[in-house]
Design a protein around this ligand. Structure first.
Ligand code: ADP
Length: 340
């Protein structure tokens, strides 16, 4: 998280404590100097004792307020971290409600109630999407099937066009259902199953070939620079990552665009980059693109699940994904996977 230039509460306490200690020390040294120099005669001894008492008192009170301040501020720091987790969509986080003040315990309890409510809403939303997706699958297959059969009859041109529209839209909702179910499965998975060793460079070549009809149609040039690499992971899921990233690059790059796919190996890491010279993503939208159902209002977008699926698979593979993008210049997605 980016830190602002404003001071943190802990720093203010530290500054106040250090200042008081320093001030007391200077005062004490000054009086010791006067005493040693015999500039204070014995009649002032009482005043000196009083000043000494003040200095020691100040030292003690600053130390106590510094330590107590830190303790009291602990929940504020904790809630700030917890809020950051909630903002990322993690509703499993809970705050410790055994703090040292009534207010901090109340704050923790209220926070825990809030995240429990959010968690329930999120679960309901997910269950709803999964149920709807399941229910849609069979009727959609029937609609697509009947429309395909209907289009094989001797229909007038307008009838054929309508059939085509029915088929396209049925496929679109069907893709949404498939993606929603896939994401839900991935979210319920704690680790990857069915891992094996395979050639990652071959898989990337395969992904580009699979999407050939898409990039041929848009006359997009695709360049590959792939080092030979053996990767240990779930082949099918990783294929989904490359298909989603490359198809997005094609979708969001105007005709005659240029896409570059590279695979590089560094000690302990394999880096796969998919770059394009397409429309790019504005800075303020970049942090949302991996969220579920996030999609731009620009033409060509799908159901907003593609990058959420990519992110989940990369996370399950113990990898990382970063995006660099500039509107009007292009985007570059880099997936870092653990290697040998
Ligand atoms: P969609 O199904 O809309 O493509 P994604 O989850 O795959 O959903 O992507 C989310 C959003 O991220 C897209 O709607 C688009 O705004 C943005 N995006 C993803 N990839 C690119 C890209 N290569 N260039 C520009 N924008 C992109």
């Amino acid at each position: 998280m980016k830190r602002s230039k404003l001071p943190r509460l802990g720093d203010i306490f530290l500054f106040y404590g250090s200042f008081s200690v320093l001030f007391s020390m200077v005062l004490l040294l000054f009086f010791l100097y006067l005493l040693a120099d015999s500039q204070i005669d014995s009649s002032y001894r009482l005043e000196f004792s009083f000043v000494l008492l003040l200095v020691v008192g100040n030292l003690l009170s600053s130390s106590v307020s510094f330590l107590a301040g830190r303790k009291v501020l602990e929940p504020a720091t904790e809630i700030s971290h917890a809020m950051a987790e909630v903002a990322k969509g993690n509703f499993n986080i809970r705050m410790n409600s055994n703090g040292c003040t009534e207010e901090s315990n109340e704050m923790s309890n209220n926070f825990n109630v809030m995240v429990r409510e959010l968690e329930t809403i999120e679960t309901l939303r997910n269950d709803f999407v999964v149920t709807i997706s399941h229910e849609f699958k069979t009727p959609l297959a029937a609609i697509e099937g009947y429309a395909t059969i209907l289009s094989s009859f001797n229909l007038p041109q307008i009838g054929l066009e309508y059939c085509q529209k029915i088929i396209e839209n049925a496929r679109r909702i069907s893709r949404f259902s498939t993606n929603a179910l896939m994401l839900s499965n991935l979210e319920n998975q704690a680790s990857l199953r069915e891992k094996k060793k395979y050639r990652l460079d071959e898989q990337l070549r395969q992904a580009v070939m699979t999407l050939e009809p898409l990039w041929q149609k848009k006359e997009t040039a695709i360049d590959l620079e792939l080092e030979q690499a053996v990767y240990h992971g779930n082949e099918d899921l990783l294929m989904q990552v490359w298909l989603n990233l490359i198809s997005n690059a094609v979708k969001f790059t105007p005709k005659d665009g240029h896409i570059f796919v590279s695979l590089r190996q560094e000690p302990g890491t394999m880096l796969v980059t998919v770059s394009d010279n397409g429309i790019g993503i504005p800075k303020e939208k970049q942090k949302h693109i991996f969220d579920k159902f996030y999609k731009s209002d620009r033409p060509g977008g799908g159901n907003g699940l593609g990058l959420a699926i990519v992110k989940r698979i990369v996370d399950l593979s113990d990898g990382k994904i970063i995006v660099k993008s500039k509107p009007g210049v292009g985007s570059s997605f880099t997936v870092m996977l653990p290697g040998d």
